[in-house]
Design a protein around this ligand. Structure first.
Ligand code: HEM
Length: 406
């Protein structure tokens, strides 16, 4: 599929299929640029048909208006409302209540408390990787890191985490090998089973942590049922996993493909948070999220009827030249504040503080070692679930000489 703009039609349309295997590096950025050039609200007839919003101001306005742009039909195209995840696929007031239950586990205070754990965990993973002389950064560092953090965050049993790791590794092996059909449904079912087992184990008593807090939590004067608890735990497991993994690998890919940026960071490791922020803008590891209109609305002069699926393109918005001049350039000196890498409004990422901290610690730790260089072919996923993008294989090694060469 060529995601080229179709001309001569009204409204402007693009042949954008969020699940196309062709939407990968580097062409995916041309697809967003084409959609952006076609108009603020463009139509794709793929996957049952949907609108795509491409401009920064419009995407942010939509994110601030959940009454009009509802999440209740799901965050993926097609928005059919099946398999709703808590809290992302809910509108207020239920969304507000669910989110309140989850906030404590991810508050800035909790993230500060976790910092020594994050430093130790990142340090161990990176040091082992360096001692081994490098390898596939995705498999050895980016994949296990969010799982280890998750264990600490939610208080899962190490066996659950090991099994969760097996599921994700199998899925990952399929993606890395570019197998035609990776069985996401089987993986999702397995994750749900693991979460269910955690609830049963915690209910039996004697264990502290977030799962036990959930067992005691109330919403509208009633206890959560098992389905709700499983959905919340699965959200932590899934939302925090692929996003962080892709972000970590994307940062390291940047370091090995732009040695100048790496040299600068190594000389000034305090710039790590700036690199993280600009990566979130420039690469948008979570690229598109869907909504459904609850009433007729006009976007950039384009009328959109009630009940339409709308894909909010965070990736296109983050490269809108009106908001971020010279948007295709990675520039850690720019003011990237306001980027939509973590979304905006009531659904803004709950794990943002944790992810920022984890990624900045990772960069700083890598800078404590010899320069990191590419050591083989890099492979990328295509847009997973119409949303996530990141390297699936990233072979690197460490090169003591470059610092000395100057
Ligand atoms: C760099 C890593 C991450 C990125 C780029 C990212 C990105 C996003 C984005 C763009 C959204 C908004 C979705 C929407 O508007 O529909 C979101 C929501 C969410 N994220 Fe993240 N995320 C990351 C890490 C995490 C982590 C580590 C966790 C938790 C452990 C997490 C938990 C969530 C949750 C629970 C939501 C739903 C919030 C709601 O619906 O109110 N995320 N994330």
């Amino acid at each position: 599929m060529n995601p080229a703009v179709r001309s001569g039609s009204c409204p402007p349309s693009v042949d954008f299929d969020p699940y196309s295997p062709e939407l990968t590096e580097p062409g995916v950025w041309d697809a967003y640029a084409a959609a952006h050039a076609a108009g603020p609200a463009v139509r794709s007839e793929r996957r049952g048909g949907f609108w795509m919003l491409t401009r920064y101001d419009d995407v942010r306005t939509a994110l601030r208006d959940p009454q009009t742009f509802s999440s209740a039909s799901g965050h993926r195209i097609p928005t059919d409302g099946t398999q709703r995840a808590i809290p992302i696929d809910f509108d207020p007031p239920l969304h507000t209540a669910y989110r309140r239950l989850m906030t404590g586990a991810l508050s800035p205070a909790r993230v500060r408390e976790m910092k020594p754990f994050l430093e130790r965990t990142v340090g161990d993973l990176v040091d082992r990787f360096v001692t081994a002389g490098g390898g596939d950064f995705v498999r050895e560092v980016a994949l296990p890191l969010p799982l280890l953090v998750l264990t600490e965050l939610v208080g899962f049993d190490p066996t659950t985490v090991r099994q969760f790791r097996e599921v994700t590794e199998q899925m990952w092996a399929g993606l890395a090998d570019h197998e035609e059909e990776v069985d996401f449904t089987a993986a999702r079912t397995r994750i749900y089973e693991l979460m269910k087992a955690e609830i049963v184990a915690h209910r039996a008593g004697g264990r502290a942590g977030f799962v036990t807090e959930l067992l005691d939590a109330e919403i509208d004067g009633r206890r959560l049922d098992d389905e709700e608890m499983i959905s919340i735990l699965a959200t932590f497991a899934v939302a925090g996993h692929e996003t962080t993994m892709n972000s970590a690998s994307t940062l390291v890919h940047l370091l090995v493909t732009e040695p100048g940026q790496q040299d600068r960071l190594r000389a000034n490791p305090e710039l790590a948070p700036r690199y993280v922020e600009e990566m979130l803008r420039h690469r948008s590891p979570a690229q598109n999220f869907a909504r459904r209109t609850t009433c007729p609305v006009s976007v950039g002069g384009q009328d959109i009827a009630e009940g339409e699926a709308v894909l909010l393109s965070f990736a296109a918005a983050n490269r809108d030249p009106e908001r971020f001049p010279d948007p295709n350039r990675f520039d850690p000196d720019r003011d990237a504040r306001g980027h939509l890498g973590f979304g905006w409004g009531i659904h803004q990422c709950m794990g943002a503080a944790l992810a920022r901290s984890e990624l900045a610690i990772l960069l700083a730790r890598l800078c404590a070692h010899p320069p990191i260089v590419a050591a083989g072919e890099v492979r990328w996923s295509s847009l997973q679930g119409g949303n996530h993008l990141g390297p699936t294989t990233l072979p690197v090694r460490f090169e003591p000489q470059r610092d000395e060469k100057g």
